[in-house]
Design a binder for this molecule. Sequence first.
Ligand code: IPE
Ligand code: IPE
Ligand code: MG
Length: 256
Amino acid sequence: MHYPLRAILRRNKAGKTASINSDRLPAHIAIVMDGNGRWAKRRGLPRTAGHQAGMEALKRVVRAAAELGIKVLTVYAFSTENWRRPQNEVEFLMRLPSEYLKTELAELKSKNIQLRLAGELEELPPHTREAVKKALSETAANTGMILNFALNYGSRAELVQAVRKIAAMVAEGRIKPDDIEEKTVESFLYTAGLPDPDLFIRPGGETRLSNFLLWQSAYSELWFPKIYWPDFNRHHLLEAIATYQNRDRRYGGIRL
Ligand code: IPE
Ligand code: IPE
Ligand code: MG
């Protein structure tokens, strides 16, 4: 279901309206949902309150992206390095997917959104794994926006598992080393079949990739808004798209 853009083009706090061209939307937007802890700290709240507020931001942004007609939205929810955090924080974070799905799965289904997972499912605690598996299977036939959850995701781990699978095929004599092309590698990434992200957004103040989509973001346009993720709303999404539409993507070539 696509709503007219006018309906979501409202004025932001500064009174400015981001004007975007609906014919040149990024097909794939990737977001590092960062800054939850600092958002909470600034308010004198525990870090977990920041994660809870971050989940509300996710609900808003999923709605806005689907209404806009974005084809793929990938959100970085938990990295392979985030296991290093204190146990209580990890446990809290591992409860969020099922909490999110408990309230949102019906809406995802009604909006024809397909859920995908980027990351190692089998390493997740059973309750998280089961909730995710159920949502994956219940939305598998949906043909609308793809909501790609990067959960227990690390780009290097993703590349290592891809290399292992390709090496096994070579060892079994199914392909020759010379047959390995970029598309071979891509077919073993969690994002197989998806377009590369056009727009890569990281709120929170850090201007680094933190092991997110290193291969896929080779030519993504990067945008680092100076806000924490829990404050992110549809206006920021529109601003990101407007910024993206003003970029000159050359892919190594030159504009003639
Ligand atoms: C992002 O917020 C959520 C996860 C990494 C799971 P952070 O928890 O990293 O928040 P900051 O960066 O400490 O503010
Ligand atoms: C990246 O944020 C991971 C997620 C938002 C899920 P981090 O907070 O883990 O990244 P660093 O540690 O600042 O690089
Ligand atoms: Mg962080």
